[in-house]
Design a protein around this ligand. Structure first.
Ligand SMILES: Cc1ncc(COP(=O)(O)O)c(C=O)c1O
Length: 431
């Protein structure tokens, strides 16, 4: 077959193997749905981006964006590689701490958090990238040692409007005038250590984008340093490093990306006669996306005005297609040698007409009971999954040293009713 297959896949006797693992066997042994991760791929992705940035920067921190996947086993694996963490909530911070990450390797880049969450991070000595002047002012009497603001530059770019995180209309970050005021107030309060943060958008596979973001944030650095007489000790460029979701798409060249950013930094700091400060990046998707495969079962096939292939994996597990129209590559794992000539939407079990994980997909002729594999489900899949329609969250498995480990048990019925009260018992409790 001349079909381009996603990386790390092989076909043996018409069946899909991924990272050397027979996906059908796993489905038979564990039942569907589940997400299976590869420790090799996860480590490999981290090393690739680390090597690229280490080549061009003397001082660089790579903080994995936990929002893309908060399974503690994956966090521990990355931490064992020397990777730091970027958290967007206190619970993500707690997961990082419990997974053995030290507070000085954690950054906190939240938005619209409460004073309690900010104080939690400050008390743990975790660097906060404040999202606004008003959030910063909430802790003016309890300031962290380092003050950093997430700057809303006038440029943003993401694969979809929903993942563009800077520029006009973005809800994130503070506009430069107000961030400047924040740094001024921090300085007046005696703060002497400063950082700065920017994140322009997610899933960008063009290395030039990062050059532009670097130029934009360094313009802000220049203005602020001149205005306030301070020096930023780190510049955090956020995440956004894109990955191919379609097997035929090209990869982001991380070497070029690192070089692009380094060229801008070198020119800027040479002119200033200073060492380049620590660069921070916060990749999520780049590290975790292709390290996870979602596996489900075909539960119905409707041949109507168009075809609907029903599965036990819908928007409750993989929300991105319904949320953004995102593409995820889908294969029928037990029919890999057959031709794809059946045009179909691939749907889930949820009572929403947007519940499709694939639209107009060309599949092999499906049958109830077939096993489907959905690629790039290591990022923004489990971390976005829900119990909608009373559906249970799937189990998570890890291929580690050729063995399978369960890194999250499947939910059971008790998990979804645990905190709710059946009316009669609630009344009894109240009485
Ligand atoms: C502050 C921050 N850092 C990092 C990320 C991770 O982005 P990505 O997964 O695209 O690398 C995000 C995603 O929105 C973010 O908002």
């Amino acid at each position: 077959m001349d079909e381009i297959l996603p990386h790390y896949t092989e076909i043996i006797d018409g069946n899909l193997f991924w990272d050397g693992t027979n996906i059908l066997e796993v489905a038979k042994d564990y039942g569907t749905p589940f997400i299976i991760y590869s420790e090799n791929i996860l480590r490999g992705n981290y090393r690739k981006i680390k090597n690229a940035f280490n080549k061009y920067f003397k001082n660089v921190s790579i903080d994995f964006a936990i929002k893309s996947n908060f399974n503690p086993s994956l966090i521990s694996i990355l931490s064992s590689e020397g990777c730091g963490m970027d958290a967007s909530s206190v619970n993500e911070i707690k997961i990082a701490l419990l997974s053995g990450v030290s507070p000085d390797n954690i950054s906190f880049t939240p938005n619209n958090v409460t004073i309690e969450e900010l104080k939690f991070a400050i008390d743990k000595n975790i660097t906060i990238n404040f999202d606004s002047l008003s959030q910063f002012r909430m802790v003016l009497d309890h300031l962290p040692e380092i003050v950093s603001f997430r700057i809303k530059i006038d440029y943003g770019k993401g694969e979809f409007p929903g993942i563009k995180t800077a520029g006009k209309g973005a809800k994130f970050g503070e506009i430069p005038e107000l961030a400047l005021q924040g740094y001024r107030e921090a300085k007046e309060k005696g703060c002497r250590r400063f950082g700065i943060h920017v994140m322009a958008g997610s899933n960008v596979r063009n290395a030039d984008h990062f050059k532009l973001v670097a130029q934009k944030i360094l313009e802000v650095v220049k203005n602020f340093e001149e205005e306030l007489g301070i020096e930023f000790e780190f510049v955090d460029m956020g995440g956004g490093f894109g990955v191919p979701y379609r097997p035929e798409e090209g990869e982001l060249d991380v070497m070029d990306t690192a070089k692009n950013i380094a060229d801008v930094f070198k020119a800027f700091y040479t002119e200033k006669g200073r060492e380049i400060p620590r660069l921070v990046i916060e990749p999520g998707r780049y590290i975790s996306s292709n390290s996870g495969l979602l596996v489900g079962k075909i539960t119905d096939v409707k041949r109507q005005e168009s075809n609907f292939t029903g599965t036990d994996i819908g928007m409750n597990i993989l929300m991105r297609p319904a949320l953004y129209g995102a593409y995820h590559h889908i294969l029928i794992a037990n029919r890999m040698n057959e031709e794809r000539k059946f045009k179909t939407d691939v749907t889930g079990q949820i009572c929403e007409n947007t519940d499709r994980i694939g639209k107009d997909v060309m599949l092999q002729e499906p049958q109830i009971g077939d096993i489907v594999a959905v690629f790039n489900c290591g990022a923004y899949t489990m971390s976005m999954a829900s119990n909608y329609n009373g559906r249970l969250l799937p189990m998570e498995l890890l291929i580690s040293d050729g063995k399978l480990i369960t890194i999250r048990e499947k939910d059971n019925f008790q998990d979804i009713v645990r905190h709710t009260k059946f009316y009669e018992s609630a009344k009894t409790l109240k009485d």
